[in-house]
Design a protein around this ligand. Structure first.
Ligand code: MF3
Ligand code: CO
Ligand code: CO
Length: 272
């Protein structure tokens, strides 16, 4: 996800146009979206107690390269890994390494691929062994919120409608939506205009038009929404150490609704 810019940059991106893609462009993003989903499907059986996040990163990198995809995060703004692995109170941008997953952890794996210049960006939650009921509830609410947000994606709707639907559901469950990171336009550019906020008001923001492509990637905390970035410059954690969950799809606006480019071919988007 993209760091919510300060006011100056936000003014700049707001005034910059949201790209409209044609059918050929959609096919490019569709292929990238499918590969990222297949990689996130492939890793499911490996997300078990005892594995390190670095091993998962290696596996996803090899899988992606073998299929003609480039890992978009590798080298992006100096990031040195293929995926982000965000465990428990890590909100996003956790860096894979020696951390061993243990029973009861919840982990988000966020992966972005480039195929023929087109980006596909998706993330999911994975439950490691048996997780506790609060963690399960957090994941449920996060997945329900993205579904409600995506149900608002249709021509004539607004970005505010998406954010409103997500925020309303999360807050009704007495959880909170992270404000410091947002979704983003996507295509040939990884993080393009517009910023896709996961909170908002009905009928506000830009109007959705056929051909727009962007991510929706709500981050939901069991506690307060506030985050801080650790000294590694990447890892964002909840300030109150509460659990956090996220899921992400790359989508396009069609003539009558939404196409989810990163839908799981194996039906594994949501953890069991
Ligand atoms: N995939 C993330 C997103 O959803 C971005 C990660 S950038 C990285 O936009 F450099 F941290 F990998
Ligand atoms: Co993203
Ligand atoms: Co992502």
């Amino acid at each position: 996800m993209y760091e919510t810019p300060d006011q100056d940059i936000e003014t700049f991106t707001r005034s910059s146009a949201i790209r409209i893609y044609n059918a050929d462009d959609f096919e490019g993003i569709r292929i990238a979206g499918r590969l990222v989903a297949e990689a996130l499907d492939m890793i499911v059986p490996y997300v078990v107690p005892g594995v390190t996040t670095g091993e998962l990163d290696d596996r996803i990198r090899e899988y992606t390269l073998d299929r003609g995809g480039l890992p978009a995060c590798l080298g992006y703004k100096g990031y040195a890994k293929t995926v982000c692995t965000s465990i428990n109170h890590v909100v996003c941008h956790g860096i894979p390494g020696d951390r061993v997953l243990k029973d009861g952890d919840i982990v988000n794996i966020d992966h972005t691929v480039i195929v023929d210049g087109w980006h596909g960006d998706s993330s999911r939650m994975y439950a490691v062994g048996d997780i506790n009921p609060r963690a399960k509830k957090l994941i449920d609410v996060t997945y329900e919120s993205i579904a409600l947000g995506l149900a608002q994606v249709k021509p004539g709707g607004t970005f505010g409608d998406i954010g409103f639907a997500i925020q309303r559901h999360v807050e009704a469950a007495r959880m909170s939506v992270v404000r410091d990171f947002c979704g983003h336009g996507i295509g040939r550019i990884f993080h393009d205009s517009p910023n896709v906020l996961h909170y908002g008001r009905k009928n506000e923001g830009a109007v959705l038009k056929p051909g727009m492509c962007f991510t929706v990637e709500p981050m939901v905390n069991l506690g307060k929404p506030h985050v801080k970035v650790l000294s590694d410059g990447w890892t964002a954690v909840t300030r109150d150490k509460s659990l956090s969950a996220q899921c992400e799809h790359t989508v396009g606006v069609t003539e009558d609704g939404v196409e989810i480019f990163s839908a799981s071919p194996a039906g594994l988007f949501r953890p069991n």
